[in-house]
Design a protein around this ligand. Structure first.
Ligand SMILES: Nc1ncnc2c1ncn2[C@@H]1O[C@H](COP(=O)(O)OP(=O)(O)OP(=O)(O)O)[C@@H](O)[C@H]1O
Length: 708
């Protein structure tokens, strides 16, 4: 066995040396071409291509590949070792497999989809289905040109030719810093299927905590860009993530995969950008504090909850009716007269508005009609013989056109929205429209809007009012949209985004078990799928969890089963660690005990450790206490733009999407986590943030869904 390993290592070392020499030779050749700095466009394009290649080869030289697959194509009688890397490097000879195959290439899919067995493996190539036998699947770890590790995941000629998880488990056992990383060397078959799924559909992916949803979404973007390079561009692809800190946390993955320029934004930022308004959103912490209060102080969630009503398709349809009401009120009363004696009748203007320019939305229509009126004025001016009179008329016409244009409505989204909620004066709307809005939503929104307060749940409506009246300009359309943490998006959010994306090309990922924002998100994936025709949507489930140890996942699954009564539990990868510790506060008291637990856990080799509290207030208090005791720890409070890693204290609801080597859940007791699904979900989110170690600390009584 040891001998096999030695020879495999030597073989790979030799091969690595050869490949690095070859890449270096190519790089030097490229570097010997003088950099073009002139103005010739063709030369500039060629230079840009060379620069891209120089960068790629330079990067590839450090870690040329991570995997090897020995494959014998059916009927060819020749076994070939294929080396797979983040960046493909072609050979100079044609008709050969590349020196390094890009992980996104069709043949590389074998490396991920092959799960063992005697049968022929296959992959879909441009020329059709290719079948063959896989002999070897090997992981090769190279860091800064040094071969660090060689691990066979499958070897047909060994005594035990089964695919092993050993390398995956080794990778999962590593500690994490403050950034999510790429997983190209260990993508699993179920994840690969999603990454490589075709583009023109709305894919909905339900994935348990830690199943790699965010990671898979980012790899999928890189794949789509490679596979559909002629049809999609990076600038027109976007991933929506819940907040700025999370965006910072995931920001390294796409550059690591060699992909730049893909937009990574929050929905709120995107929407505000569309609206071009000076109004600011009310701070997110306001809503979070209301909805994540513990105990009876938390309002009940129902269909009249502002986020739920304003995220519903009922509200979306209601806005369409509002805009329909505006149409007959658009053309101002009275004829238009550019100077005394010249008259353009309102009937003529109405005809233009209601017939000729009918296909345009109201603001565009207004623009066109006013332009047409201007052309009419110019024609009339041409009929004027005297230069002095012409000058006078021109001046008059300009003044009157300006005054007349002012009489037309502006169709400004915020203003229309304020009018709907009667926060400012506006056209009278039929009572049937207003009656559709729950009274508490009507009153609450009117009060907010009078104070110029916008809330995040108002944004889909505002963007929709804007596009209903102004249309979508082609530059705002996306080639592909990824929605991460999609359980927190409403049906209205998704239906709105669907108007911006070509061919329903969506990847929508989330976990209903982590639906802690029930006051605004979806409660079933049917709410999402039903937005699309059945042929335009697909569904995948990710059930294996890669983040946490077996012990942590089994512990968290109990919370799900007993507390949320959910059937979607996680299947662990067999990576065993320390048992989960459930500790009552000792005689030294709550704060002191949490402090000693934090000290103990952070003294280990871990890079990230967090203390999760139930509320923001508790996080702030503990942060002050830990700091006073000389601990260097970050407070994460919802306004952060960056995630620093190291030690953190944060309310549990802000931990969603993140992960830490060690987690201490403070106050895991009945007072803080009540016997309802919402609190159980919160605790589930908290527990599933831990990679290696999870401690729960409590006073008095544990919730009944926590195993003591
Ligand atoms: N195939 C894989 N190989 C190695 N690591 C993986 C793999 N899949 C996922 N991981 C790791 O598992 C962890 C969880 O991944 P990620 O955050 O993408 O999951 P998620 O489903 O979005 O989680 P959650 O919903 O709980 O926030 C990350 O550390 C990621 O690197």
């Amino acid at each position: 066995m040891e001998q096999d390993f030695q020879s495999a290592y030597q073989e790979e070392q030799q091969r690595l040396t050869q490949v690095m020499e070859e890449i270096d030779r190519r790089l030097q050749k490229l570097q010997s071409v003088p950099v073009y700095t002139g103005h010739d466009f063709t030369e500039q394009v060629l230079e840009a291509g060379r620069e891209e290649r120089r960068m790629a080869l330079g990067k590839s030289l450090q870690e040329p590949y991570f995997g090897r697959l020995d494959f014998e194509e059916k009927g060819k009688g020749e076994r070939k070792p294929l080396y797979i890397g983040k960046i493909g490097v072609d050979r100079e000879e044609v008709r050969e497999y590349p020196l390094v195959i890009d992980w996104r290439a069709p043949v590389a899919s074998l490396f991920y989809s092959f799960t063992g067995g005697e049968d022929l493996a296959s992959y879909e190539a441009p020329e059709g289905l290719i079948e063959g036998l896989v002999y070897l699947k090997r992981n090769v770890v190279i860091r800064k040109q040094i071969l660090e590790r060689v691990a066979d995941t499958f070897n047909r000629e060994s005594d035990d030719p089964a695919v092993s998880d050993e390398f995956l488990v080794y990778r999962l056992g590593e500690n994490k810093d403050n950034r999510l990383r790429d997983i190209v060397s260990t993508i699993q078959a179920e994840q690969d299927q999603i990454i490589r799924a075709e583009r023109g559909k709305a894919l909905v992916i339900q994935g348990v905590a830690g199943s790699g949803k965010t990671t898979v979404a980012l790899h999928r973007l890189a794949f789509l860009l490679y596979q559909y390079k002629e049809q999609v561009s990076a600038e027109k692809m976007i991933i929506f993530a819940p907040n700025h800190m999370f965006l910072d946390y995931i920001s390294d993955v796409l550059p690591e995969l060699g992909v730049g320029s893909i937009q990574q934004r929050t929905f709120n930022d995107w929407a505000l950008g569309m609206l071009d308004t000076d109004l600011q959103l009310a701070p997110a912490e306001d809503a979070l504090q209301t909805w994540f209060e513990s105990g009876a102080a938390r309002p009940e969630v129902n269909e009249a909850t502002p986020g739920r009503f304003k995220g519903s398709l009922v509200f979306m349809r209601l806005l369409e009716k509002v805009v329909q009401q505006l149409e007959p009120l658009s053309v101002p009363e009275g004829d238009f007269s550019p100077w005394d004696g010249a008259v353009l009748s309102r009937n003529e203007i109405l005809h233009w508005f209601n017939e000729e320019y009918k296909p345009y939305p109201l603001a565009k229509r207004t623009e066109r009609v006013l332009a047409r009126i201007h052309r009419w004025v110019e024609m009339e001016l041409k009929k004027t013989a005297s230069a002095a009179v012409l000058k006078e008329r021109k001046k008059k016409a300009a003044q009157r056109e300006k005054a007349y244009a002012k009489k037309w409505p502006q169709y400004e989204a915020v203003k229309m929205y304020k009018q709907l909620f009667q926060a400012v004066k506006g056209p009278a709307l039929p009572s049937s429209i207003l009656e559709e809005i729950p009274v508490q939503v009507l009153k609450g929104t009117a009060a907010d809007l009078k104070k110029n307060v916008l809330r995040e749940e108002d944004l889909p409506a505002l963007v929709y009012l804007h596009i209903l009246t102004h249309d979508i300009d082609s530059g705002s359309r996306f080639d592909h949209v990824v929605i991460d943490e999609a359980q927190d998006f409403s049906p209205f959010h998704m239906a709105l985004l669907d108007l911006f994306v070509k061919g329903h090309s969506f990847t929508i990922l989330g976990d209903l078990s982590q639906g802690i924002h029930a006051y605004k998100g979806v409660q079933s994936w049917d709410e999402v799928s039903s937005l699309f025709d059945s042929g335009d949507t697909g569904y995948f489930a990710l059930t294996r969890s890669y983040r946490s140890t077996l012990e942590i996942i089994e512990f968290a699954n109990v919370i799900l089963k007993k507390g949320v009564r959910s059937g979607i539990t996680a299947v662990p990868v067999f990576r065993s660690g320390d048992p989960v510790r459930v500790l009552p506060y000792g005689p030294q008291g709550r704060k002191q005990h949490l402090l000693s637990a934090l000290r103990e856990l952070s003294a280990k080799e871990y890079r990230t450790v967090s203390v999760l509290t139930r509320t923001l207030k508790e996080a702030k208090e503990l942060h002050a206490y830990f700091t006073e005791k000389g601990i260097d720890i970050h407070l994460i409070d919802g306004s952060m733009k960056q995630y620093e890693g190291g030690l953190s204290v944060l309310p549990v609801y802000l931990s969603k999407g993140l992960e830490f080597d060690g987690v201490i859940v403070a106050d895991a007791d009945e007072q803080h986590y009540a016997a309802d699904a919402m609190d159980a979900r919160l605790l589930y989110v908290g527990c599933t943030r831990a990679l290696h170690e999870l401690w729960l600390m409590y006073a008095e009584q544990l919730p009944e869904y926590v195993e003591g």
